[in-house]
Write a protein that binds this ligand. Structure first.
Ligand code: PLP
Length: 405
């Protein structure tokens, strides 16, 4: 029997050497490595600029704060996602408005999204689930068509003069759609480099944004720096390497910068990222081919116009319920294959139930969730491991369906 962990970090000697170099350099927190990583991210995403912070969650929260979103505002988010997509809305005091999935789809229902837009809506947070980019053309068309409802209440909202689209790209670094890279499609995109993601800095995140009339990229970058480092006008690197110790603190702000140890780890990962993506897509093709005649719905990771980041391999057991899926999960684990479930829709979690959300209002999300399973698929696995996952999956499927009959 093999042991296939769900999502181990893909760390090679390149990453180890890069981290050791920083540890020996005399400078370990935010400085030249993190700045170089930011340039690398922007370059990869075809944007002019990027900011690295210590998580996707911090990137999303700081972006909402910079946009001036707060109490009295509404922010639209899918019900089928991880809590981080929505909790940041609560952190800034705004109200999350959750949207059900389209029937038989992991994507949010864009008609319902359009109908949920009110005069209070400031931001929409589409989630590029499993690394598959959302239909941003439709999202922007809807945002444009509802322009008249928008009531800006900050200078940056004035510059947009419409709802702002802030993607949760936690899964989607490296994804493409219609020839455009994730990070250069939504107004703002927040990426995660958490340990289980495709590309990791252990913990970390980045935000990229598209150029927009009336928005000064350098000024915006400075705002992220202030917000993420106590509102202090000079970071530690500048204080240590400049000619003056003098600084000011302009506001009581947050602390979520990315240290150079992690920036260096990210740079090393980025140098291998083409290879990592390529391997993931080869494995996806292997799984797709192996499962094509089974009674499953698998999430599509590429077509003629798009290629995902290949982050998660989703299957749905058609015609089955939660009991079957749960048994399946345990049987796979007994055979050494660690699977996962993505996600438990937010209205099923205590934090959102107490806010009044109820899963019966999100029937499509529940139906997607109840028979969903995520198979291990990552760049640490060998192709023999992937074959073992396939063989085990088919064996368990045969056993469990035989048991039912
Ligand atoms: C992992 C994840 C996040 C949060 O990323 P962090 O870097 O851990 O803050 C946000 N959204 C989704 C969908 C995620 O899976």
């Amino acid at each position: 029997m093999r042991n296939i962990p769900f999502s181990p970090p893909d760390i090679t000697q390149t990453e180890i050497d890069a981290v050791v170099e920083v540890l020996k350099s005399g400078w370990i927190t935010t400085g030249p490595k993190t700045k170089a990583f930011e340039k690398g991210i922007a370059n990869w995403c075809n944007t002019d600029i990027a900011v690295c912070l210590n998580s996707q969650t911090a990137c999303a929260e700081m972006t909402l704060r910079i946009l001036g979103v707060g109490p009295g505002d509404e922010v639209i988010v899918p019900a089928y996602t991880y809590t981080a997509s929505a909790s940041v809305i609560c952190h800034v005091g705004a109200t999350p408005v959750m949207i059900d999935c389209k029937e038989n789809s992991f994507e949010m229902d864009y008609n319902k999204m359009a109908n949920a837009i009110t005069e209070k809506t400031k931001v929409i947070i589409p989630v590029d689930l499993a690394g598959v980019m959302c239909d941003y053309d439709t999202i922007f068309d809807i945002v444009e068509s509802k322009k008249d409802l928008f009531k800006p209440n900050s200078p940056i909202q004035d510059a947009f003069d419409r709802i702002i689209v802030m993607a949760d790209g936690a899964h989607a670094f490296g994804a493409m759609r219609n020839g455009k890279k994730c990070g250069s499609v939504a107004d703002f995109t927040n990426f995660s480099f958490h340990a289980v993601k495709n590309m990791t800095t252990a913990e970390g995140g980045a935000v990229t944004w598209r150029n927009h009339k009336g928005i000064d990229n350098e000024a915006l970058y400075k705002q992220y720096m202030l917000l993420s480092l106590h509102g202090q006008t000079k970071d530690a690197f500048a204080k240590n390497h400049g000619t003056s110790w003098e600084y000011d603190v302009v506001d009581t702000q947050y602390k979520c910068n990315m240290p150079d140890v992690l920036g260096a780890l990210g740079l090393a990962q980025l140098s291998r990222y083409d290879e990592i993506l390529d391997k993931r897509h080869k494995m996806i093709d292997m799984y797709n081919e192996a499962f094509k005649d089974m009674n499953l719905q698998v999430l599509n990771h590429h077509d003629e116009n798009s290629r995902s980041s290949g982050h998660l391999y989703f299957v749905r057991f058609l015609g089955k319920g939660a009991e079957f899926r749960n048994k399946f999960y345990h049987k796979m684990a007994e055979n050494g294959v660690m699977c996962n479930v993505h996600f438990k829709p937010l209205p099923m979690l205590t934090a959102y139930k107490v806010k009044g959300f109820d899963i019966t209002d999100y029937p499509n999300a529940y139906n997607m969730h109840k028979n969903q399973l995520t198979l291990p698929m990552n760049s640490k696995m060998s192709f023999d491991d992937a074959q073992y996952v396939i063989d085990t999956f088919k064996k368990v499927y045969a056993e469990l369906t035989a048991e039912e009959n």
